[in-house]
Ligand binder design. Structure first.
Ligand code: WTA
Length: 655
């Protein structure tokens, strides 16, 4: 595989150099997972193992079958009846956890709120009743477009309580992206806020939502949380204030008895076409998987203060802010804003202030901290930390070492957790009480998970490079793509029979450790955010002057990779080329307005033609090499068809 061999060299040096790291004896002794025999036990009888996890949750009715596997469709805990909000709230409220802090919230503006399990329970019950009065019924979709405030958690759990399917749309997405997701889900209600803070600026969510709502026929009501206290234009009969609804809502809402396989939520993620996929997660299996992994991977104890820095708009926030930790009754920090506001030590101040013990963040953030220098870190007291986590993209060994040394102060193990929106739960990860760590490796599959590395033919590769696949169903796996079963089959199950393809390439070393190398499809991972190149391309060609566009990635110090777009202008638009800088700026803006800031290209390069193979495929490898400066130092020569033609020939011969 060309993809793997490219990186083989740097990796083998790395494998040789990597030292072994382990948790302290004390950590191991106290860890939930510290007996290596659990791997064997789970492997011997995975169904009994997962059933054991499931039985730690509260069920209205027990399942009669653990797993029904009709590839590519799995059903877990068949016949079981359960409610996710009951497992995150009611069962704690019945115990001494009632007055335990569930959420220690901090706004970017410094505002603080503490929500106990008891208060959150009350809010969720009330909002569940409020949703009901708005006509939301079991199976209806509720779209949620919110800043990182506690009401976001309330809205999610209230939907779950009444059996409505939540569809959270990341607050950084544009109005158009929101509109498309609402329409795909045919959501009945939208829950949003007047806005939130990001780097001292206001993110005007309701204002953006109003644009989206001009094209969303399914939406009947809009609930607006007053986070900023900014007056809003409220559309009579449609828009309602959250606090007014809450004032009137009854305090108890009977939870719906959901079937284990009823849909809990959908979450949209990028794929290889321009249209995002609504990933379907169901109730019993998802909750079991996130509960189990939150407990073992993050080793959550009563005394812990867990902080996952992800936004709830992504799967990481769904699984490891809401469902996993809350099913465990954990205490968490939730922070609204940016890591560098008002200064670059905001995260460390938060860790110090709340005494965070387990900290879970992304490599892109770690690389930014590295760049900002150790001064910001050294001043903070980080002695409360005992375990660190990483997610979203491969963590380069340099970043791993920096994280280990400067944040963990060489005391804290690091769990590099590999998973996806589709997997719902962490699948490949160290268990700090057991696993010897290697910087840059996500190590081994979680007990009960059959991950493998295969070649083109689907044969297992014991040591070496290959595609990462999953051979057996797991409880939190996606159950499909919303309204698109064909795409589900085609995206994940068509390469090899009954084997799930992750889209990731990697390598397995002599110790059986996995080393992820990134995506092997046309999905790129910018700052840990998945973006389909096709999505950005279709946003570009939507611009009236653009004829054709091709998007590639190039390595970036902080983001991991950055987006570079090659654009061919329409015939008549060529005159505008004189002002290419201005036009490049305009196109970047255009992409941002279509998708959101995360998809904004770093650079736009104008080309008279896009180099294509004889069969008409865009030569992405050539474009990548141009984008990284490997060929054609002076990209303005792209405008010269002869130059592009010559390059094409070179690459065609090589290919
Ligand atoms: C990548 C985020 C290497 C991978 C939870 C995957 C990782 C995609 C890791 C899913 C990791 C995530 N090491 N790569 N620890 N974690 N990835 O759906 O390419 O936003 O396929 O889920 O991120 O991104 P998603």
């Amino acid at each position: 595989m060309a993809f793997v061999s490219q990186q083989e060299e740097s990796l083998s040096t790395l494998l040789k150099e990597s030292r072994a790291f382990q948790a302290s004896e004390e950590f191991k002794k106290n860890a939930w997972a510290n007996d290596p025999a659990i791997y064997e036990k789970a492997k011997r009888d995975p169904e009994a193992y997962w059933a054991d996890w499931a039985s730690q949750l509260d069920w209205f009715e027990k399942w009669n079958k653990v797993l029904e596997w009709n590839p590519p469709y799995a059903k877990w805990f068949v016949g079981g009846k359960i409610n996710a909000s009951v497992n995150c709230l009611d069962r704690h409220v019945r115990t001494e956890k009632k007055n335990k802090a569930a959420i220690l919230w901090e706004g970017e503006d410094g505002r603080e709120r503490v929500l106990t399990y008891g208060t959150l329970y009350r809010d969720v019950n009330k909002f569940a009743n409020a949703l009901k009065t708005l006509g939301v019924k079991r199976g209806d979709r509720v779209a949620i477009y919110m800043p990182m405030i506690p009401e976001l958690v309330t809205a999610v759990l209230a939907s779950a309580r009444i059996g409505a399917i939540h569809s959270v749309v990341f607050g950084g997405f544009s109005a158009e992206a929101l509109r498309d997701r609402i329409n795909d889900a045919e959501a009945k209600v939208l829950v949003t806020a007047d806005g939130g803070y990001r780097r001292g600026q206001i993110v005007p969510l309701k204002h953006d939502a109003d644009y989206a709502l001009m094209g969303t026929p399914s939406i009947e009501k809009v609930v607006v949380v007053s986070r900023l206290g900014i007056p809003q234009r409220m559309k009579t009969g449609r828009d309602l204030w959250y606090h007014e609804l809450m004032n009137e809502a009854a305090p108890f809402c009977e939870p719906e008895k959901m079937d284990s396989e009823d849909i809990l939520f959908t979450l949209y993620t990028s794929g290889t076409t321009g249209k995002p996929k609504g990933i379907i997660h169901t109730t019993g299996g998802y909750l079991t998987g996130t509960y189990a992994t939150a407990k073992w991977v993050f080793d959550l104890k009563e005394s812990d203060i867990f902080w996952c820095t992800a936004d709830i708009g992504w799967i990481t926030g769904h699984s490891y802010i809401i469902y996993g930790p809350m099913a465990n009754g954990a205490t968490q920090v939730m922070y609204e804003g940016a890591p560098d506001w008002p200064s670059k030590d905001r995260f460390w101040k938060i860790i110090e202030k709340y005494g965070v013990t387990v900290f879970y963040t992304a490599p892109t953030a770690i690389r930014a901290f590295m760049k900002w220098g150790t001064d910001f870190v050294e001043k903070a007291d980080l002695s409360s930390l005992r375990l660190l986590g990483s997610v979203g993209e491969p963590i380069n060994p340099e970043a791993w070492m920096w994280y280990y040394k400067h944040i963990g102060r060489e005391r804290c193990p690091i769990v590099d957790t590999w998973w996806q929106t589709e997997t719902g739960m962490i699948l490949i990860t160290p268990l700090a009480g057991i696993t010897t760590l290697k910087p840059g490796s996500a190590t081994k599959p979680f007990p009960g998970i059959e991950a493998d590395l295969v070649d083109e033919k689907g044969n297992s590769v014991a040591v070496g490079g290959g595609y990462v696949v999953l051979r057996k169903p797991w409880p939190a796996m996606l159950r499909g793509i919303y309204k698109d079963p064909e795409r589900y089959q085609q995206t994940y199950w068509n390469r090899w029979k009954d084997i799930y393809f992750t889209g990731d390439g990697g390598r397995r070393d002599e110790d059986g450790y996995f080393w992820f190398l990134g995506r092997v499809d046309d999905v790129i991972n910018v700052s840990g955010h998945r973006i389909g190149t096709a999505e950005v391309e279709s946003a570009l060609v939507d611009h009236p002057l653009v004829a054709e566009a091709a998007v590639v990635s190039r390595p970036h110090e902080i983001k991991g990779v950055a987006i570079v777009a090659f654009v061919t202008l329409k015939e008549g638009a060529r005159k505008a080329e004189q002002d290419t800088k201005k036009l490049a700026g305009e196109l970047k803006e255009h992409v941002q307005s279509k998708i959101g800031a995360i998809a904004r290209p770093e650079e736009i390069l104008f080309s008279r033609d896009l180099p294509k193979t004889r069969s008409g495929k865009i030569m992405r490898r050539l474009l990548r090499d141009i984008a990284t400066g490997k060929v054609l130092g002076d990209t303005t020569t792209l405008a010269d068809p002869a130059v592009v033609e010559q390059l094409k020939h070179q690459y065609e011969e090589e290919e």
